[in-house]
Design a protein around this ligand. Structure first.
Ligand SMILES: [Zn+2]
Length: 196
């Protein structure tokens, strides 16, 4: 299963839409696209228990709940802090300061896409089982693990927070073709920096 299954709408920059949920105004933030330096930078760890991260986590949970989204890293919404959200098999959650604790099984070729590389899917190797450790908003330890799409999402999103996009891990010939296709895409040619 792809990590971004629906083609993007037109690459309108900053089409924000807000809604009220209790006291907090939630905002769906635009997705930063391949080419934006924030995606190439390793994200900073969040101080355990730092409640200033509450807004970021809300935005990540809101953003990943949209149809066709399996994971969302903070730098994809322009925030260089180490956290991501996931939406796999109907379960939505988040983790702060995730690190890969364990990868197992024989790496398999899987189709993969990314909200920051809209409209494309390429095959690459991923471990079929993954375990990630980190903390929650209160600083308590969190462990996420899974197989299949969950394992793929855990690897893909942790890579984002380390400043890496999935296309970096493609086989050289696949990567060459991928880059050619990406450079021909409308969003690349128009220099769009984000999509909503
Ligand atoms: Zn991605």
């Amino acid at each position: 299963m792809p990590l971004a299954s629906s083609p993007p709408s037109s690459p309108t920059v900053c089409r924000l839409f807000d809604r009220h949920d209790g006291q907090r105004r939630l905002t769906i933030r635009p997705i930063r696209l391949f080419g934006d330096p924030v995606l190439r930078s390793a994200c900073d760890p969040i101080t355990p228990g730092d409640q200033r991260a509450v807004g970021l986590i809300d935005d990540l949970l809101e953003g990943v709940a949209l149809p066709g989204r399996a994971g969302l890293a903070a730098n994809q919404i322009g925030v260089g802090q180490r956290a991501f959200s996931y939406n796999v098999d109907g379960e939505i959650g988040y983790i702060i300061n995730p690190v890969i604790a364990e990868l197992s099984g024989e790496p398999e070729l899987v189709d993969e896409g990314c909200l920051s590389v809209p409209g494309f899917f390429f095959q690459r190797l991923r471990y079929p089982e993954a375990r990630v450790t980190g903390i929650d908003l209160n600083g308590n330890p969190v462990e996420l693990s899974g197989t299949g799409l969950m394992a793929q999402a855990l690897q893909h999103e942790t890579d984002h927070l380390d400043g890496h996009l999935f296309i970096e891990g493609l086989e050289p010939d696949v990567k060459r073709e991928a880059m050619k296709a990406i450079r021909a895409s409308t969003w690349w040619r128009t220099g769009a920096s984000s999509v909503s």
